[in-house]
Design a protein. Structure first.
Length: 243
């Protein structure tokens, strides 16, 4: 069973057609991806299951304002391939143009969120372990307007996708409008499940038991049992008492 961060667990219900998320990503030490944007500028999250990953990220407005048209076109297509993990190259090609490059190293149990349309890529660093992560793009009410404006309205009419057709045809200012048909189905399912022996909707979502999975990793509690992570100490102690 694949676990997911509780913040993103409900988003798994709102899958897009013919897309099976989350996906499992595996890579040997030294393997990497070039900086890229995801389809439709969709945001995504990634959680590390084993190994170590180093991410580099450039925000949408930032790369559009500094790296186009020399290195990327307006849609994020690579014009000139750059090694984004060579600091000298980053200095010469990105920083000298005024781009701000964010970077972070993820350990087991860490989750990263990449916002709409951000350039991003990662390199696997752990020499003794294959990097395993699970990740998913998602579309929710909070990001819908931005994706509609930054991606769908920038495309020629003959290149409109199913996602854009949905966004362009919805009144996104109305709360819940984007997933109205989905929430109606979920309410019907929840009502039916509560009156039978079938597992409830809440329990179906909670089967993605993120916290027990994270707390089972040695080192997580030691790493995060600090004042800046309120509640972590209590969660760790409770988990280990229940073992």
């Amino acid at each position: 069973m694949i676990s997911t961060n509780v913040f993103f667990s409900m988003l798994l219900i709102f899958r897009l057609p013919r897309v099976h998320w989350p996906v499992l990503i595996a890579g040997a030490s030294g393997s990497k991806s070039s900086l890229h944007v995801d389809s439709h500028f969709l945001p995504f999250y990634l959680t590390v299951m084993s190994g170590v990953k180093h991410f580099r990220v450039i925000a949408l407005d930032d790369w559009r304002g500094t790296l186009t048209p020399d290195l990327y076109d307006h849609s994020g297509v690579v014009v000139a391939p750059i090694d984004a993990y060579d600091d000298d190259v980053v200095e010469q090609e990105f920083l000298s143009r005024g781009a701000h490059v964010y970077h972070v190293t993820l350990q087991v149990g860490d989750t990263i969120y990449i916002p709409t349309g951000a350039l991003h890529g990662a390199i696997n660093l752990d020499a003794d372990d294959i990097s395993l992560s699970y990740s998913a793009n998602f579309l929710d009410q909070e990001h819908a307007e931005q994706i509609k404006h930054e991606w769908c309205q920038q495309r020629p009419p003959d290149q409109t996708s199913a996602i854009c057709h949905k966004l362009l045809g919805s009144n996104l200012s109305k709360k819940g409008a984007l997933f109205k048909h989905v929430t109606q189905k979920l309410k019907r399912f929840s009502k039916k499940a509560s009156s039978s022996s079938t597992v409830s909707l809440t329990n179906r979502v909670n089967q993605y038991a993120y916290w027990p999975w994270v707390l089972s990793h040695s080192g997580y509690c030691k790493k995060n049992a600090i004042d800046t992570c309120p509640g972590t100490v209590e969660r760790c102690e409770q988990y280990h008492r229940e073992l």
